[in-house]
Write a protein that binds this ligand. Sequence first.
Ligand SMILES: [Zn+2]
Ligand SMILES: [Zn+2]
Length: 135
Amino acid sequence: MLVLAIRPFLTRCAEVLGQRSELPAWPHGYCPYCGWEPDFAVITPNGDRRLICGRCVAHWPFDAFTSPYCGNGDRALVTSFTSRDGRYRVYGCDVCHRYLKAYDSRNAARPVMVAVDTIATLLLDAAAMQRGYSS
Ligand SMILES: [Zn+2]
Ligand SMILES: [Zn+2]
């Protein structure tokens, strides 16, 4: 009885916390909390991209085909390719020649796990560097 009674309250708390941790709008390619650069990203089930800070692991939404490092938003100057299994994606910027890896969480069994996914994508690092991009 008690659990049933407090459940709507808990749900509302979760919603409020969720809203609070979501920034109103942060159009920049660096971390809104600590100013560091993203070093990983995740593609959400909606197809949006969120950048993940390399220092404090905060994440924030960012345009999927804009380079967070130089602001280049010309899709023709962003080279994107996926790992063989399609689970990971690389975005290479042809202006600043830096790249960013992303975990594609669409149809994925688990959420992004930066420590695991960074290691799981070492082949993509090699592929990106072969194409002339640097991290
Ligand atoms: Zn940060
Ligand atoms: Zn760039």
